[in-house]
Write a protein that binds this ligand. Structure first.
Ligand code: RBF
Length: 163
């Protein structure tokens, strides 16, 4: 199984936003729990983990924007679960959410982690949200890593041929 690894992260100086959808809430509640556990393990203070819930995944990009503008978070995780049905909603919502959060992160210079499951059925959704080693734990760590990257002061060293 291909997966990402993380070093030891110190998020004690970070404020992390979590935007979570209530649609398919059994799944998104589980994602939220794991994401919060990751933030705690990465030393993010409880008061600095700001959760905002919205009705469905389509509303996530707006919630992300509000977390960035109002709460001045250093990074955001979006949590949602789309399950394919008989109509085209799945494709439209998945496209809108992924494009929306990409737009917000590039417009605001605040990283946003894509934690929206796009599943073909409920079984896939349960397998990816409940039990050991869920994605949401890694999404939480990803937010901390990206929040640290944003805060990092990157000294611009001129290239020798430009001197
Ligand atoms: N939101 C989700 O987060 N996951 C879903 O699987 C989901 N399925 C939907 C299916 C239909 C037919 C509709 C109309 C909405 C669905 N939504 C779902 C809600 C959507 O993200 C949004 O909250 C509503 O469309 C209101 O803007």
């Amino acid at each position: 199984m291909k997966s990402v690894t993380f070093g030891k992260l110190n998020g004690s100086a970070l404020k992390i936003g979590i935007a979570v959808s209530r649609w398919n809430h059994e799944i998104t509640d589980a994602l939220l729990r794991d994401c919060l556990r990751a933030l705690e393990d990465a030393r993010v203070k409880k008061k600095n983990a700001i959760v905002m819930d919205v009705p469905g995944s389509f509303e996530l990009p707006y919630a992300v924007l509000r977390l960035i503008q109002d709460d001045k978070v250093d990074a955001v995780v979006c949590l949602g679960c789309l399950i394919k049905g008989e109509t085209m909603h799945f494709e439209y919502i998945a496209q809108a959410v992924s494009t929306g959060i990409m737009q917000v992160q590039l417009d605001t210079n605040v990283p946003v982690v894509f934690g929206v499951l796009t599943c073909l059925n409920e079984k896939q959704a349960y397998e990816r949200s409940v039990g050991e080693g869920t994605h949401a734990y890694k999404w939480g760590l990803s937010a901390v890593e990206m929040g640290l990257l944003r805060k990092e002061s990157r000294q611009i060293k001129p290239r020798s041929h430009l001197r």
